[in-house]
Design a protein around this ligand. Structure first.
Ligand code: C2O
Length: 487
């Protein structure tokens, strides 16, 4: 059994070169020396995730641009990808005379008790190794301001929030209607574009842009270059760990999808002798072959009060007396309102009004106060653009006019990070061009608004606030529409 350990507990600021990190660096130097068409080379590995190279220029037989995003395959595909990578690194370390039990560490940036851990560990920030050789864990194409990641700056606390994702009660949405759940929406093979699952959104997407930066876009900020930054693999090791962490939440019970369409899906990474072909079913228990790994810790840090008021938090069924919504029960969300025009996501806050109607379909249920939905979802649909002006946006519901959003954290629906927006705005063979869609379960927010007397069943106001703004203005990101769903 291999143990994946917390990188911040390896080495120290004074002496960052723990053997696990040192062997990782040495292996990367070896991988970088291999030709790109070699399936165990650094550049081949990164291209499996994404590449700017035209398909017609690809070496024969490669399967590149494969990463699964905006999909319920996001988590299992990246797990298989990391397994392929980890085996290659371990084999390389053994060939270099190192230990045979090396496992990929993880970067746990979300513990509020350890704000230091929001910085990159020092071994990833030093341009040189102690020997004076260039350090392969260092890359210069990382955020240099706001946050100054390259110089030891910390990710923003908002970027690493895990409360909303962990609070999700189901892996995928209640229907095929673009409501994504914890792990992503029900899709076929999907490289880019469409609804984004909660974990893929935050912290995953925020951390990508937080590390890579957005003016200019560093390696971590694009699908096509992300895996060229050695921290990518530790970030995904943590995302994979958070999947495990989510599953052990028991109240209510969290479960992986049971559908064969998910469990029997099969993915191949690499080609030739090192290739792996695995079904989702085969990677659900990490302690079994062929994976054979555990995480040293899958507990979720206690969330500081006020750090997150998860929109759905303790609320299962706020409007009716019926019990929790089970996974087998098909909730069919019905759209009850939508904005009329595209909504700019700019350097300034944007506000949009949505007229809301009474549902007419299954969302109409008899409760104590008449027809009330059991779940309320806010959707920010088809977010597209070619140039970013902010790394992410905070989304608020019914923020009073001219109010300081910081005073109304309990009205925050969630975040819209920009990772993947550029990819999803291109239309070519791999990309649909229709942008990303974000869905938020705002049942709890709506309940609080009702209690505060600030809920108007006929009108909704949604505010988008850029989390940080770049020095250069410009940018052309917008959402196709903002809509409200009842289920
Ligand atoms: Cu396939 Cu974090 O990206």
């Amino acid at each position: 059994m291999f143990e994946r350990r917390d990188v911040w507990k390896l080495g120290s600021e004074a002496d960052p070169w723990d053997p696990i990190i040192r062997w990782y660096a040495r292996a990367i130097t070896a991988l970088k020396g291999r030709a790109q068409k070699n399936p165990t080379s650094w550049r081949y590995l990164a291209a499996v995730h994404g590449t700017f190279m035209q398909r017609s220029d690809w070496p024969q037989g490669v399967t590149w641009n494969e990463c699964q995003h905006s999909s319920w395959f996001f988590l299992p595909w990246h797990r298989i990808y990391l397994h392929y990578f980890e085996r290659i690194v371990r084999r390389t370390i053994v060939d270099l005379g190192g230990p045979d039990d090396w496992a990929l560490p993880y970067w746990d940036y979300s513990d509020p008790q350890r704000p230091n851990a929001r910085s990159l560990p020092r071994a990833f920030r030093e341009p040189q190794m102690p020997s004076g050789d260039p350090n392969p864990l260092f890359v210069s194409e990382r955020s240099q301001q706001n946050p100054d990641i390259i110089d030891g700056g910390r990710l923003d606390a908002l970027d690493v929030e895990i409360g909303d994702a962990i609070a999700e009660t189901s892996f995928t949405g209640p229907s095929d209607d673009g409501i994504a759940g914890f792990g992503g929406p029900i899709t076929d093979w999907n490289h880019s574009g469409g609804p984004v699952g909660s974990l893929e959104r935050t912290p995953h997407g925020n951390v990508h842009i937080g590390v890579g930066g957005f003016q200019p876009l560093g390696l971590m900020s694009r699908f096509e270059t992300a895996a060229l930054d050695p921290i990518f693999w530790l970030h995904h090791s943590n995302i994979d760990r958070l999947w495990e962490a989510w599953l052990v939440q028991v109240d209510p019970d969290r479960q992986n999808p049971r559908r064969a369409r998910w469990r029997d899906a099969s993915f191949t990474v690499g080609q030739g002798a090192p290739a792996v072909t695995l079904t989702v079913r085969e990677v659900l228990d990490t302690t079994q072959p062929p994976l054979n790994y555990t995480y040293s810790d899958v507990s979720v840090p206690a969330l500081a009060p006020g750090m997150v008021l998860a929109a759905r938090s303790d609320v299962e069924s706020v409007f009716t007396e019926e019990g929790p919504v089970s996974e087998d029960e098909e909730l069919v969300p019905e759209m009850v309102g939508a904005s009329e025009n595209r909504v700019p996501l700019a350097a300034e806050p944007t506000e949009v009004e949505v007229a809301v109607e009474t549902p007419s379909g299954p969302a109409l249920r008899e409760g104590a106060e008449g027809a009330q939905p059991r779940k309320v979802y806010l959707k920010v649909e088809n977010v597209r653009g070619k140039e970013l002006v902010a790394p992410s946006y905070l989304v608020y519901v019914n923020l009073p006019l001219r109010a300081d959003p910081a005073d109304y954290e309990d009205r925050r629906a969630g975040q819209v990070p920009m990772f993947g927006v550029l990819e999803a705005s291109e239309s070519d063979e791999e990309h649909s061009g229709s942008g990303l869609t974000f869905s938020f379960d705002i049942t709890g927010v709506v309940q609080r608004l009702r209690e505060a007397g600030d809920w108007d069943p006929q009108r909704l106001r949604v505010t988008f606030t850029p989390a940080r703004v770049g020095a250069e203005r410009g940018g052309d990101v917008s959402a196709g529409r903002v809509s409200l769903y009842y289920a």
